[in-house]
Design a protein around this ligand. Structure first.
Ligand code: GLU
Length: 469
């Protein structure tokens, strides 16, 4: 039997990191089993779907390595509406489903409780199809439904506690629960690997598989992803969109490595490992069923390590969207023609060791590309104290006299200026840094001045000096 798995996102919003995690787990499982990964877009909720969400999912998958053309699909659930209706009709004809026109109020009035499920009123009343008649599945009165789940063992559900649930609405349209089963069935899916949120649906879905006469798939419900307060990650509260992480400058390699650690770990004491090791070592059966904590701080640290491990040329390439303003939310604060690739290449190795996410490149190098630096006023006030004006005067004079404009000469010259005033290098450097870069922190100062060049450095120092009059 060929293993066939599927990833079945609903295009109702930005692509959730939890979804990306499930997609990767499916992807690796298929690969390990010599199986097939199917992508099915579950687009039947017309009111909430947007084509751009579908495109977003496809490109986000592509980004983390599930590339277009390397899987089966995408299929679209909406294209299978005929199959869904045919399955509903088969269930009705075989007596496994029946029509019902009860309103919620009717049921409440009979059961005396708003919490009780449907009471089976129409089970044997022979109501036929018609407008406003919903189709309900006749769940067995007795016995249990045992779900075989690679991660959770065999969760067992008592059939008598499962109400006769609706499978097609009053307008005849099949509900998601049925459509999802029918698609898995028609697509020959053997393993359903999906988020824990769907576990409560699973006994109902398995009953549908049985009633339609097809052997159910093996299930694997992967753990819910939570924030630091142990709340399920929600798009209203937490940063959940894979696209948002991408735009902030997370590397795809770091992201997918981190996502695979949600509920699983490679052998040894390792967390940062090559993708090939994950593909070898990952075992779906080893995934911890408890909620998995999405730790953004840890992800940032991870990303920093991935950034540092890049060959410099790749780092330079990876920074381009933020430097040239393509594909990022915020274009850089300089004009395209102000960007200087050579100057960037000169400081790139210094910047590479300092970033946690690639978007941080912008405040680190903006001083190189802007006609005048963006002054951080708080940093200015904190740094420019009594004596700063004189210090800048001395520094300008000393720099003007320099024969060679290189980091080492700049450093020893400024150090000497400070020593004369009884200042350590750190204190001497601070006003110069703010004058030239606008900030108190950044790349190593003297290398920065070397790359910025004599003219621009001196002009900025003089401009700062004038402001201090
Ligand atoms: N479309 C469903 C979702 O996005 C997935 C259902 C499933 O994987 O069975 O949550």
């Amino acid at each position: 039997m060929t293993v066939r798995v599927r990833f079945a996102p609903s295009p109702t919003g930005m692509f959730h990191v939890g979804g990306a995690r499930s997609a990767l787990q499916n992807w690796i499982y298929a690969k390990q089993q010599g199986g097939v990964f199917v992508l099915r877009v579950e687009d039947t909720d017309a009111a909430r779907n947007k084509p751009e969400w579908t495109e977003g999912i496809l490109s986000a998958l592509d980004w983390i390595g599930i590339s277009r053309g390397s899987y089966e699909g995408p299929y679209f659930q909406s294209e299978n509406a005929g199959e869904h209706r045919a399955a509903a009709a088969r269930l009705y004809e075989s007596g496994r489903a029946y029509y019902c026109d009860c309103t919620r109020e009717d049921v409440q009035a009979r059961t005396g409780s708003q919490y009780q499920g449907y009471d089976g009123y129409h089970r044997d009343r022979g109501l036929g199809p018609g407008p406003g008649h919903a189709l309900r599945f006749r769940t067995p009165d007795e016995g249990t439904t045992v779900v075989v789940d690679l991660i959770r063992g065999e969760p067992t559900f008592e059939n008598k506690l499962i109400e006769d649930f609706v499978i097609a609405r009053g307008d005849g349209s099949p509900v998601f629960l049925l459509a999802n089963v029918v698609d898995d069935m028609t697509m020959g899916i053997t393993h359903v690997i999906r988020a824990e949120e769907h576990l409560p649906n699973t006994p109902k879905q398995q009953l549908l598989w049985d009633a339609l006469g097809v052997k159910p798939p093996v299930w694997a419900h992967v753990p819910v992803v939570v924030n630091e307060k142990r709340q399920k990650l929600s798009k209203r509260r937490d940063k959940v969109a894979l696209e948002a992480y991408r735009e902030e400058g997370y590397l795809a390699g770091a992201m997918r490595n981190y996502l695979m650690l949600l509920g699983w770990a490679p052998s040894g004491d390792r967390e940062i490992v090559p993708w090939s090791v994950i593909e070898d070592e990952f075992r779906l059966e080893e995934v911890n069923p408890s909620p998995a904590f999405f730790d953004e701080k840890k992800l940032r640290a991870f990303n920093g390590e991935y950034i540092r491990a890049l060959p410099v040329a790749e780092f330079i390439d990876a920074c381009q969207p933020w430097l040239t303003g393509t594909g990022t939310i915020a274009p850089p604060p300089w004009q395209p023609e102000e960007y200087d690739a050579e100057a960037f290449a000169a400081v790139a190795p210094l910047a590479q060791t300092r970033l946690a996410v690639l978007s941080e490149i912008v405040p680190n190098v903006d001083f190189l590309f802007l006609a005048s630096p963006l002054i951080d006023e708080a940093a200015w006030t904190k740094t420019m104290k009594d004596g700063s004006a004189e210090l800048l005067d001395d520094a300008v004079a000393a720099f003007e006299a320099l024969e060679s404009w290189d980091a080492e000469s700049l450093k020893s010259t400024l150090e000497a200026v400070g020593t004369e005033r009884g200042l350590k290098l750190g204190k001497t450097q601070a006003p110069v840094r703010v004058a030239v870069t606008g900030r108190t922190v950044g790349l190593p100062l003297f290398e920065s001045l070397e790359v910025l060049g004599r003219e621009r450095t001196l002009a900025r120092m003089r401009a700062a000096r004038l402001r201090l009059v």
